[in-house]
Write a protein that binds this ligand. Structure first.
Ligand SMILES: NC(=O)c1ccc[n+]([C@@H]2O[C@H](COP(=O)([O-])OP(=O)(O)OC[C@H]3O[C@@H](n4cnc5c(N)ncnc54)[C@H](OP(=O)(O)O)[C@@H]3O)[C@@H](O)[C@H]2O)c1
Length: 329
């Protein structure tokens, strides 16, 4: 049992307003349903989708109602389990992905679906694991759109990762290198050394003409692009792709969806594919294991206490985080 009836939470009560619209409240500790667990929270990580929902970019789907406690990616300790939960118990240290519809991460306690809750070993910290659910799973699922074996036994390919210094990009670089791919990455000048240190073979400063062209300095054509930013036109990607190259667009707008459908209809060899991450217990387990083995790390941009969650929110909204923005409880 929580032992406490109320908790500190951070929520918003309407669309827009950014960090200034987050309000600190004292509300009831939630009660887990039969397939849920109650967590005493240790850390949460912010994803751009969290503030895009606040902006109204996913309306009318999300949020389902106001007021809404945002954030889905969390780590904590189980203090209560629902009546049907069998594989988890009170006292387990875990990482969870809360449902997009429920949110709940910016609070001292949260209910998580048991089906998306994974035990983490002591060597994997709360902050490290809270970074994983959306960002690392997106990188993993993007790389899996072609044959990719993360033990390095598969066929190596030429991979471009745009915005490689961001939450998704830094995981994508590391995962691509585990698969033995040749990685070209784009990021700002200040992060070039970091991105190289995580394994990228060549790094382009996106603010230079060479970076904007996306051309591989070693003349490679990309079999796969993990595209983690916006405002890069197909005409820039196209000449850099191999004959069957594909661009996996993690930030798809209407243009991507229309062009992607057209390419399928016309049997184009070069493909453009929108990707929305699919929450997966198996993927989360796999990622936690990689962190445990020291093969994958979470780069933390900054840590903020829950009492200053609005600073974390503003940091993520600014669009210049290097790795994950973490809120600690
Ligand atoms: N489809 C999905 O399921 C899914 C899942 C996860 C994320 N996403 C989306 O993917 C995008 C990336 O997410 P994220 O968490 O990685 O974001 P993020 O952490 O906020 O990314 C920030 C980083 O991007 C870099 N950057 C910005 N514009 C760039 C450009 N034109 N070229 C190269 N680097 C650039 C910034 O570098 P500087 O500071 O140097 O500018 C900064 O380091 C977001 O739009 C997010 O919503 C989608």
């Amino acid at each position: 049992m929580a032992g406490r009836r109320t908790m500190h939470a951070v929520r918003y009560d309407g669309y827009g307003g950014g960090a200034a619209a987050l309000e600190h409240v004292e509300i009831s500790v939630p009660v887990p349903k039969k397939n849920e667990v109650l967590l005493k929270m240790e850390a949460a990580s912010i994803n751009p989708l969290d503030w895009k929902v606040q902006k109204g970019m996913v309306r009318p789907l999300l949020p389902p109602k106001f007021p809404f406690i945002p954030v889905t990616d969390v780590a904590g300790e189980i203090i209560q389990i629902g009546s049907r939960v069998k594989n988890l118990k009170a006292g387990d240290k875990v990482v969870s992905m809360l449902g997009y519809w429920n949110g709940g991460g910016l609070a001292e306690y949260a209910v998580a679906p048991a089906s998306l809750t994974i035990c983490r070993p002591p060597v994997v910290s709360a902050a490290e694991s809270a970074g994983l659910p959306v960002a690392a799973a997106s990188a993993l699922q993007a790389l899996r759109t072609m044959e990719t074996k993360f033990d390095g036994t598969g066929k190596a390919a030429n991979v471009l990762i745009t915005a490689a210094s961001g939450g998704v990009g830094l995981y994508a670089v590391q995962l691509a290198k585990l698969a033995n791919h040749h990685v070209t990455a784009t990021c700002g000048a200040r992060n070039i050394e970091l991105v190289k240190s995580l394994g990228a073979d060549e790094v382009l400063d996106y603010k230079t003409p060479e970076g904007a062209s996306l051309k591989s300095p070693s003349g490679r054509k990309y079999e796969l692009v993990v595209h983690c930013t916006v405002r890069i036109d197909w005409s820039t990607f196209e000449p850099n792709l191999s004959a069957n190259g594909k661009v996996i667009d993690l930030t798809p707008g209407l243009g991507t969806i229309v062009r992607s459908a057209w390419k399928k209809l016309t049997f184009s060899k070069k493909q453009l594919m929108p990707l929305l991450v699919v929450p997966s217990n198996e993927d989360l387990k796999f990622l936690v294991e990689l962190v445990k083995e020291g093969k994958l790390k979470t780069v933390v941009d900054s840590r903020h206490p829950l009492s200053k969650a609005e600073e974390a929110w503003a940091k993520s909204m600014d669009g210049h985080a290097t790795g994950k923005v973490i809120v600690e409880m």
